[in-house]
Design a protein around this ligand. Structure first.
Ligand code: C2E
Ligand code: MG
Length: 337
């Protein structure tokens, strides 16, 4: 657009373009619906040369797309900052994969009834060369967006299986390992093979591997996801639904899926001792889970009082700072001994 006195005039045009293009058209007898997203950069504020204007327009377009369909966005400096940060994180993650900067920490899980340790959840940490230790919420979602989660997830699975086999070799034969699987990973065509390779390389008995999946995976009724769940279950692997109660799972789905455990989210455990609603939810999930033959794991148990209530309500497994925080592999092995 030329001869614009004020940038806001672009908004009027952008809206008109979106409106016109959203009208369905008939092509060879087929009704075609199109959606439009628009990114806007303005000369000279957002760039003095065409390549820079196009690049910034593209960043605005990316932002518009992330807000849903039929939206336009102006370029802003903050988008540039956001894109730069994402770009640096992505290249750092690529290096981290090559340099093997990921480590797994293990958080024990114990049987509520007798206190025996039954397993440990593998939680990834990234030893960043300049930023120090980074936690999963600082990089997993970015890895999901740029696809690096597939490589990172493979490293995590391989390491977790290897460590678990080590505990077994050291005389802790009844301890299984639980690995968090992001929903993006689960939809990967190679996912089953990745798991099979991790088992084959480590020599770990599949009965000692548990995969923690999200409610969104469980709700995905596609043949592909259901088939993957069945194939992996067929190997002997167990499934736990992580953060149970926070998503939108329909309990009706549970009875059709090869799932063995529900992990009650920490938000419910937090309120257990003083919030009647949380207590009611926890009790209901435990009872319902048991009637569907599922084991219940309470995540984020911090106080003896919470543990007491959970045990009284017949929750099966406890995990949380009360038992122990997540530890590096060698510390965990000492802790076990
Ligand atoms: P999550 O699977 O729900 O893991 C439990 C988180 O709660 C862990 O945080 C753990 O350290 C923390 N936690 C456990 N007990 C307590 C407690 O008593 N009090 C408090 N305040 N916190 C407790 P972390 O390690 O930061 O992990 C956060 C999330 O990142 C995990 O949530 C999981 O969804 C994801 N994540 C961790 N490791 C991996 C991984 O290897 N792959 C993938 N895809 N995601 C991972
Ligand atoms: Mg988990």
């Amino acid at each position: 657009l030329t001869g614009i006195e004020v940038a806001e005039k672009c908004a009027y045009v952008a809206n008109r373009v979106i409106e016109v293009l959203s009208q369905p058209v008939v092509l060879s007898g087929c009704l075609i619906n199109t959606g439009t997203s628009i990114g806007i950069s303005v000369f000279p504020k957002d760039g003095r040369e065409a390549p820079e204007l196009l690049l910034n327009g593209d960043k605005a377009l990316y932002e518009a797309k992330s807000k849903g369909r039929g939206v336009f966005r102006f370029f802003e400096q903050s988008l540039d900052e956001k894109a730069k940060i994402a770009h640096v994180l992505e290249s750092d993650l690529r290096m981290a994969i090559v340099r093997n900067e990921f480590v797994l920490h293990f958080q024990p899980q114990k049987l509520a009834i007798c206190g025996d340790i039954t397993g440990a959840e593998a939680l990834v940490r990234w030893n960043h060369p300049t930023r120090g230790v980074l936690y999963p919420d600082q990089f997993i979602s970015s890895a999901e967006e740029n696809g690096l989660i597939f490589d990172i997830g493979r490293i995590i699975l391989n390491t977790a299986c290897r460590e678990c086999q080590k505990w077994r070799d050291e005389g802790h034969g009844s301890i299984s390992v639980a690995v968090n699987i992001s929903s993006v990973q689960f939809r990967d065509k190679m996912f089953v093979e990745t798991v099979e390779n991790a088992l084959a390389e480590s020599g770990l008995d599949p009965n000692y591997l548990e995969l923690e999946i999200t409610e969104s995976v469980m709700m995905d009724q596609s043949d592909f996801v259901v088939e993957n769940l069945r194939r992996l279950r067929g190997l002997g692997i167990e499934f736990a639904i992580d953060d149970f109660g926070t998503g939108y799972s329909s309990l009706a789905h549970l009875k059709h899926l090869p799932v063995q455990k529900l992990k009650l989210d920490k938000v419910f455990i937090d309120g257990l001792a003083n919030d009647a609603a949380d207590l009611a939810i926890v009790e209901a999930v435990i009872n319902l889970g048991h009637s569907l033959n599922l084991k219940i794991v309470a995540d984020g148990v911090e106080s003896p009082e919470q543990a007491k209530i959970l045990s009284a309500k017949e929750c099966d497994v406890l995990q949380g700072f009360l038992i122990a925080k997540a530890m590096p592999a060698d510390t965990f092995l000492q802790w076990l001994s």
